[in-house]
Write a protein of this length. Sequence first.
Length: 603
Amino acid sequence: MNIEIIKNIKKMVLTCCVISMTFACNDLDIPPLNIITDSDIFPSETGVKSYIMRIYADAPISIIPASIYNSPFLTGLYYCTGEAVGTSAPNGESPGGGKSAYWNYTHIRNINNFLQELPKYADRHQKEKTDTWLGEAYFHRAFAYFAMTRSYGGVPIVDKVLNYPEQSIEELMAPRNTESECYKFIIEDLDKAISLLPTSNEKGRVNRYIAYGMKARIALHAASVAKYGTMQLDGLLGIPAGEAQAYFQLAWDAAKATEAGGYALYNDGSGDLAASFVKIFIDTDSKETMFAKYYVYPDYYHDFEQKGIPAGFGSSTGGYTSWINPTLDFVEMFDDIDGNPFILNSGTDANPVLYEKRVDIFAKAEPRLRGSVIFPGDEFKGIEIDVRKGIIPEGGTMEDMLITTSGEAYTGTNIPGTMNIQGNSGIGYAESTKSGFYLRKLLNPNTPMDMILYTTTPFINMRYAEMLLIRAEAGMELKAFGDGSKVDDAVACMQLVRDRAGAKNRYTATDLTLELVRKERRMEFLCENITYWDLKRWRTYDKEFTNKTLQVLWPVFVWDEQKYYMKKSTTSQPISFLPMHYYAAIGAGEIQTNPLLVQNPGY
């Protein structure tokens, strides 16, 4: 929804509340309570807009839920820290993704009702407006069904409003469609949206090119499931392998079509590629942003920046900071500015490499990495982020390292001075980093501290960089099917993204591989709710996360040298992702309501 519509939310609260009450139950499909009738809503442009606004508000696009910020499975980080035991992630979340899974037939019913009723009042509105509204509804139904299908596999396809008691309870119970049928239905809805939506770009609302972008994303997911997944439950899970190539082609074609939408990779022109990368996510006029959720205080805001901001900013944060901690695994995924692997030179406990400043070890970090992660000793909001695990006292070794969670200080004698044993920003006490790193991406350094609980930084659901990397991935996948015609395009798309990132290595048609494209996605899309689903569709999650311990970095101050030893360590508990977790468990309540629903394997 655009900013002007957001500003009118309060004026439309009554209408929206009535609509919400009308379609309030989250069962598969139940009749409306008819507090107001369709004839009160659809003849009026204001009524239609309030209804479509509700559809936008209920779409599966949001800042990451607070309950799962720190889960290594759900934040979309490549790796992030969290206390994890066995196959459980923080906050009681299983890596199967119960809290990230999406099951919302109330939203589907609202959209079906809109699609069913609006055409009856088409003579009350301009055809161009009616087409746009219907296109938006088809887009959102596809979006919602994709969110459910990628979570659960095949789900019941309900494409019309069902009513009780006109239809019996038995008639209202629908079995699961196959996963393949669901993706075909989703693509059909997107094709309808594409045929109806305008090409104009209104902030916060979908247009034809955004629908193409969603089609590209969904087709790529379906193609990967077809190629790398397995068929289960008579097709309720999985897509026939023979459909993979067509879906990869569909993904490439749709991503290519977005090129005509006037989008472009963001560059603020300053020459500082790291700072420019940060601005992608806070500049509301960025040409890279395709589809985003916008916020306007005091009507509509979020607290993501409170959860992400480093510890050490005092009581103005309201607590609950530092919930997103990229790990050393992610940092060392990159190459350095010379094109060499960015493996931090730490040394060992017996022979440590010492640094005068903590940030010195990151001197050759790629600009995109600097724009994504706050390093120990780095700066944010003009403050040094004081991350320290502990101090090796005078005459001591690593075995003598002093650590604390209570803020004690150490005072030297041979070398006079006093220093807090633990830095103001961690490591080791509540609400501080567990990995040594903090998130920089998505945090607006210009947000006043007294507004940290009420931030309005947009959350981008789709940006043009994703379209380029979809073309690159689909092109390399098509090469594996014997069609090498898209490889040069894959190289060009990769280079556009890497040039903006400040990455040195240039790939050619000879040396570009699918694994390099996948790696690029991981580096580019940190914490954008993409990597989690990538690892699932590639069916590589269980291979990477089998008793996996995550790497962390401990800045340790060596008093005798007055320098830092940047010690590499690991989290204490291993994490595992099981093959059953590629699909989430259908809720027991849903199965009790509709016994025709078959539970996914392993649950």
